[in-house]
Every structure is written in structure tokens, then in C-alpha cells.
Design a protein around this ligand. Structure first.
Ligand SMILES: [Zn+2]
Length: 121
């Protein structure tokens, strides 16, 4: 990693005192942020903010994928966009996921356990 802007001392605009590093989480996404101990003003790390925008775009996107018969099972492909996003987030480091037949017409793939093992700073 190169120099992180948050490694510098950042002063609160209003209070003129040093802001402290913290982590914020929104929808399971963890942001690096700094917070003013006095007025509670927060600044989210710009890199994490743009990653989050990507995440929101992907989250509501519908993909059409093909099913292929492999032996006795069907295989579906996970779009590269999603996989590379997860890899960037260092959250998908394993080949195993939990598959759940949630409802008729709905299958879910669960990466949560892997995510929790992942490196969240
Ligand atoms: Zn302040």
C-alpha cells in the first residue's frame, strides 16, 4: 500500500482539533473514516466511498446467466464483475460458498462466512 491520506493529521474544519480514525459500517460494507471527537463530524475515506458506489451499483443489478449441466449438477457462472469486486475487497478467498434453496424460484449464494474471515480493516 502507498501513502494513505488518513495517515496524515487531519483537523476538523469547525473545531480545529485532530480527528480520530474510526471504522463505519453501512449495509455490511466497512469504511475507513475519521471523526471529530468534539462535534462528531465525519469524513469517509474517498477510496472506500467510491468502492461503495460500485457496490451499490452491483447490488441492484440483475444478471442473466446460463445454466450448464455438469454431470448430475447444474452450474451457473457468477459474473466476473461481481467476482472481481469481491476480490478487490479481499472478501472472496475461498472456492466454497453456501448455497441455499430459499424459496420456489429463488436460490441464494452466501458469502457471509467468507466475508467475516476476510480482512476488514
Ligand atoms: Zn469538530
Amino acid at each position: 500500500m502507498t501513502n494513505d491520506i488518513f495517515d496524515n493529521t487531519i483537523l476538523c474544519k469547525k473545531c480545529d482539533i485532530k480527528m480520530n480514525k474510526t471504522n463505519l459500517s453501512k449495509n455490511g460494507f466497512v469504511f475507513r473514516a475519521i471523526v471529530c471527537p468534539k462535534c462528531g463530524d465525519k469524513i469517509i475515506h474517498p477510496a472506500d466511498e467510491s468502492e461503495y458506489d460500485k457496490f451499490i451499483n452491483l447490488e441492484n443489478k440483475e444478471f442473466h446467466v446460463k445454466m450448464r449441466l455438469v454431470g448430475n449438477s447444474y452450474a451457473v457462472s457468477i459474473p466476473k464483475e461481481i467476482v472481481s469486486f469481491m476480490q478487490e475487497q479481499e472478501k472472496l478467498m475461498d472456492d466454497m460458498v453456501r448455497l441455499c434453496f430459499e424459496d420456489f424460484g429463488r436460490l441464494s449464494l452466501n458469502f457471509d462466512e467468507l466475508k467475516n474471515k476476510g480482512k476488514i480493516k
